[in-house]
Write a protein that binds this ligand. Sequence first.
Ligand code: ASP
Length: 332
Amino acid sequence: MSILRRALLSGAAAATCLAWFAVGGTAAAQAYPSKPVTLIVPAAAGGPTDTVARLIAESMTKTFGQTVVVENVGGAGGTIGMAKVARAAPDGYTIAVWHIAQSTAPALYDGLKYDVVGDFDHLGRITDVPMTLVSKAGLPPKDIAEIIAWMKANQGKATYGHAGIGSASHLCMLILMKELGIKMEGVGYRGTGPAMNDLISGTFDVMCDQTTNTTGHIKDGRIKGYAVTTKAKVASVPGLPTLDSGALPGFEVSAWHALWAPKGLPKDVTDKLVAALKIALKDPKVLERFAGLGTEPVAEAQVSPGALKTYLESEVKRWDAVIKAAGVKASN
Ligand code: ASP
């Protein structure tokens, strides 16, 4: 048995014990969950957030002994799904996995129907996923220098796919275009799951999307990968340079994901959800799949309501400044 496998298995045993203590709780707390839990993904099925959420849901299902069912409510950069979560009963039976777009929505959407901080219980961060600059397989450029030259030469007619205004894929491309001083035409989808299908079939030219959605397709040659958007290279796509190291020094964007619920959960339900999330982030299957897709769980200290709230508030401030400087609105 390999050292990695043995470490993963002993992690599993520890996680099961933790599950028993943390989720067993008191007699009163045993009532939750007594029926299936709905986990809303505010993006289409088959995309990167969906992939992360389904891994977490599968592990939570084992922990709770109740099914955690993923419901995809995509559209409008995730704001339709998150509005549904904000309006749901705060009983722990509706929760959501979403990402960085929770922090960009206030700056991008005038008249947003919910308060991204005040209308939610913040349960914990999950993972910080690197992104990749990719293109359809038939595009001529062979490396990062060539794709940048191609985008510059073809701006005006070049097209990029994204998961709606304010989504991670949109944000990443906005920053990239700003850095390069170019404009390309955006094509919006309800998530980068369906966008990826269209990139593979060649409907549009380029996209910036999470490694959790691009790794397999880059490896299989269905799309071309040019660079990663993190400061460090990514193990799942070792051949890709960082944008920071060459073409665009300082470039850094990644898509952090987290678990939310409507504001007002009973304390024992919050505790059980946070405990189940911590167990999921030690689950050998989750760790193995995350690693294969180029990501890993955040540090355990980040898997907490207080840490997520603080982080979200700082991200809202950070992106407000960037988005205002870029002059972008959801109607753009
Ligand atoms: N990757 C998408 C985004 O750009 C979201 C998704 O489809 O999961 O935000």
